[in-house]
Design a protein around this ligand. Structure first.
Ligand SMILES: [Zn+2]
Length: 177
């Protein structure tokens, strides 16, 4: 399947008026502010955005961005590959003052001029979605990188105890027969 080509720049107001779409992929390496925060800026971000005018007359751009980023876990300092699926829900505003009047679910996209770099839009949304302190979700993954959580029993020792208990139970049952 051929990947649709994203335009470099758009007129967001015109895109909304035409109920246009932005579909395609961008290389993470082409997003320098994001790439600077990543361990490796390899891979792409899938862009699937639709523009339009809602029932309140707001010009919107909404949809999803999907990618995987390589970060460093701040607990075990091991590599952390994090899938990101970002829901985009933007309303175009010409001035900051208009932002206050937006419904809760929409975030303002300041587009005073009729010219917007698609990469900037995508990069801003991904930056907002990055965790402040990236960490493996499961502490076991950190343990696999040699991290021992302080104050918690080491799972291996617990397992040995269980087997020891099982072994003595078996011994007991043999004796009683
Ligand atoms: Zn970790």
């Amino acid at each position: 399947m051929q990947i649709p080509v994203l335009p470099d720049r758009i007129n967001p107001w015109q895109l909304a008026a035409e109920s246009g779409r932005l579909d395609g992929e961008l290389k993470l390496a082409a997003l320098p502010r994001l790439a600077a925060l990543l361990e490796h800026a390899s891979g792409e971000v899938k862009v699937a955005l639709a523009a339009g005018v809602d029932e309140q007359g707001l010009r919107f751009i909404e949809g999803t961005l999907q990618t995987e980023v390589d970060l460093v876990c701040q607990r075990c300092l091991g590599p952390l590959r994090l899938p990101l699926k970002v829901a985009v829900n933007l309303a175009l505003v010409r001035a900051d003052a208009e932002s206050a009047r937006l419904p809760d679910q929409r975030e303002p996209l300041l587009a005073a001029e009729a010219d917007l770099a698609v990469a900037d839009l995508v990069e801003d949304e991904l930056l907002l979605a990055l965790p402040q302190i990236p960490r493996h979700q499961n502490a076991r993954e950190c343990e696999a990188n040699g991290y021992l959580s302080p104050g918690e029993p080491v799972p291996d020792a617990r397992q040995h105890r269980t087997f020891a208990a099982l072994a003595s139970l078996l011994q007991d049952s043999k004796r009683s027969n």
